[in-house]
Write a protein that binds this ligand. Sequence first.
Ligand SMILES: NC(=O)c1ccc[n+]([C@@H]2O[C@H](COP(=O)([O-])OP(=O)(O)OC[C@H]3O[C@@H](n4cnc5c(N)ncnc54)[C@H](OP(=O)(O)O)[C@@H]3O)[C@@H](O)[C@H]2O)c1
Length: 338
Amino acid sequence: MTSMPKCRQVRLARHPEAMIQPSDLVIAETQLPPSGPTDVVVRNRWFRVSISTRLMADRDAQAVEGIPFPALSPGDTLADGAIGEVLACPPDSGFMVGDFVSHPFGWRDHAVVPVGQCVALGRGPIEPAAYLGHGWTAYAALTRGIRIRPGDTVFVSSAAGAIGSMAGQVARRLGAARVIGSTGSRDKADWMRADLGYDAAVLRNGGPLADQLAAAAPDGIDVFVDMVGGDHLVAAVGAAREGARFVLLGALTAELDRQGASVVAPAALDSFQLILKDITLRGYSADRDVAAFAEWIAWQRDAGLHFARTMVAGLDAAPQALHDACEGRLRGVVIVAL
Ligand SMILES: NC(=O)c1ccc[n+]([C@@H]2O[C@H](COP(=O)([O-])OP(=O)(O)OC[C@H]3O[C@@H](n4cnc5c(N)ncnc54)[C@H](OP(=O)(O)O)[C@@H]3O)[C@@H](O)[C@H]2O)c1
C-alpha cells in the first residue's frame, strides 16, 4: 500500500464513576501506523461490544488471568473481537486482499494486525454473530465444561444475554429436554420463549428466585449454566437434583453492580446441599479451550440456531451501545457494523 488510511478509534477518556457513560469514551482520529513485513492491514466491518469493557475501564481494574481484556487507562484504545476485510497483506501470509479475517482489534475502523492474530474466514457472506457472538462459549461450556445428557433440565442465567441467548439453544440441540432462563424483563422473557426456544423464564427482579424456579422446574434442574452468580447460584443449588452439574461462566451480579464493577462475587451456598445432592460445580473459561472454536464453526452450520444479536450502526454509536448493554437494554451479542 502506498498510503496508510486514517483510523477512527474509540478511547477511554476517563475512568467511569459507577455505570459507564458514553461521555467516558471519546472518538479520536489518528494515522494508521505503517505495517511491517508480518502485518495485515484490515478495514473493520463489524466488532463486538462486551460488558467486560466496563470492568476493565474501572479505576482499580487490573489484568485478571482468564479475562481476555487488558485493564484500560485514559487514552487507551478499546479492543474486542472484530471482523475485517484485508486491504493489504504479505505475499506469503496465506491471506488475499478482500478476504475476511477475525482478529482482536475492534473499536476502530482500520487496524494493523500481526498475521498470527488473524483467523481466515474466507470471502463468502458472513454471519458476524457466528464468529463474534458467544455461541462458541456456550458450546464449549456444554461440551467441555460439563456435558449435557439426553433429557436434562437446564437452567441458564442471563439467558437473553450474549452467552445465554445461545446456551439454551445449544443445550436443546445437545439433548436437553427442558430449558429455563432468567432475565430482567417480561419483554425479554417473551422473546426468549418465542425466538430462543426457552420453555420458561424467571425474572431476576420478579420475586424469590427459588419460588419461580420451583414453578418452572417442579422436578428440579440437572444443569446450571451460570453467568450471574449471587442469588441465582443459591437458588440453583436449592433446585438441583441429585448429580446436578453446574458450569460457572460469569458473575454479572458483581460485574454489572450499579455501584461499581467488581471481580469479587460472594454467594452464601449451603454446602450440605452440595454434598447431599452430589452437585458438581465447575468454573470454566472457554478461552482455555480454543480448539472448541473450530468445532463450533462446523457444528453450528447445520444446527438451525437463531443468532440473537443487537446490531448497531457506526463507530459513533458504539459508546452508547456499551452503556445500554451494561444497563440490560440490549439482547444477545451486541455488534457494531461499520
Ligand atoms: N467463562 C467464559 O468463557 C466467558 C466468556 C465470555 C464472557 N464471560 C462472562 O460471562 C458473563 C456473561 O457475559 P455476556 O457477554 O453473555 O453478558 P450478558 O449476559 O450479555 O450481559 C448483559 C446482560 O446482563 C444482565 N444484567 C444486567 N445487570 C445485571 C445484574 N445486576 N445482575 C445480573 N444480570 C444483569 C442484563 O440482562 P437481563 O436484563 O436480561 O437480566 C444484560 O442484558 C460475564 O460475566 C462475562 O464476563 C465468560
